[in-house]
Design a protein around this ligand. Structure first.
Ligand SMILES: [Ca+2]
Ligand SMILES: [Ca+2]
Length: 291
């Protein structure tokens, strides 16, 4: 009985959280999706422990190289239409296929940038990439072991000079004529279409005018920053407005999980102790290596 009740609760939660009621749980498991990476060797760019990217807008003056990948466990993708967007002050440009930078594409038959369809819609800040072999009823043939052995496409993301601090998202765009779709082919003529904008996780980019964790922007990481995060967290968790501005909030998500909470405060406190003991790693490296 208990077990049944628990199952009932979790199913209810899943139904409430699921934005795509058209898919059953099983279908959602196999649904192909896309994901994004950034090259964190660019100045002022760091990939945080739980995947979000931190950008110090003071240190970052160049475009950030990015890539978009398809994750298709079933290996059934037969046609791929993906459109990528971000907030307008994070400008997307320089769309190319993956061949030059990554020495290959996810699928056979796409050895040049001309063979995939690449389009830039500047007004919308949207980039489009199509892998389309209309004549085939079969899935496309992979080049590597997995669908994400190579990216679908590469592009640059660059903050406008007047971009404000805060949370930005690289995500799939699918609106009207600018739709995104992945058609999975079963090899027998039947197929199923998925909208990757519904099941792909955006890449969170936290942009701040200060260094990660330096909440008061005094060039030091210490107890003042820790107590700032605790204050912010206690306000937010009490349902009140936070005290941080957007730059501070972006600098406070130290582990990159999209939340500013006590875990960030405890990471920062441990880092403060580590620095006091003459530690030399960056805050991000310290947090990533922390158990
Ligand atoms: Ca500080
Ligand atoms: Ca966090």
């Amino acid at each position: 009985m208990k077990k049944l009740l628990r199952a009932g609760v979790s199913m209810g939660l899943i139904a409430a959280m699921c934005a795509a009621p058209a898919f059953s749980a099983n279908a959602a498991d196999e649904a192909p999706s896309v994901y994004f990476t950034v090259n964190d060797k660019a100045d002022g760019v760091e990939t945080l422990k739980f995947g979000a990217v931190f950008v110090n807008t003071k240190e970052n003056t160049s475009a950030i190289p990015c890539a978009v990948y398809i994750k298709d466990e079933s290996k059934k993708a037969g046609q791929i239409f993906v459109k990528v967007t971000a907030e307008k002050s994070l400008k997307l440009s320089n769309l190319t296929g993956p061949n030059a930078l990554y020495k290959g594409a996810p699928y056979k038959g796409f050895e040049t940038d001309d063979s995939m369809n690449l389009n830039t819609f500047e007004d919308l800040n949207v980039l489009a990439v199509n892998y389309s072999k209309i004549s085939s009823e079969k899935p496309m043939e992979l080049n590597g072991e997995k669908s994400d052995s190579y990216p679908l496409a590469c592009f640059d993301a660059k903050f406008d000079a007047n971009a404000e601090g805060g949370s930005y998202n690289l995500k799939v765009y699918s609106e009207g004529a600018y739709f995104s779709g992945i058609i999975a082919r079963n090899g027998d003529g039947t197929f199923k279409e998925y909208d990757p904008s519904e099941n792909s996780k955006p890449l969170l980019i936290n942009a701040s005018d200060r260094k990660l964790g330096d909440i008061n922007n005094d060039g030091k990481w210490d107890s003042v920053d820790v107590s700032g995060i605790m204050k912010e967290y206690s306000k937010i968790s009490a349902g009140q407005d936070g005290i941080f501005d957007a730059n501070q909030r972006a600098a406070a998500d130290i582990n990159g999980d999209g939340l500013v909470d006590s875990v960030d405060a405890s990471n920062l406190l441990a880092y403060y102790a580590y620095l006091s003991g003459d530690g030399t790693s960056s805050l991000n490296d310290f947090v990533k290596n922390r158990k």
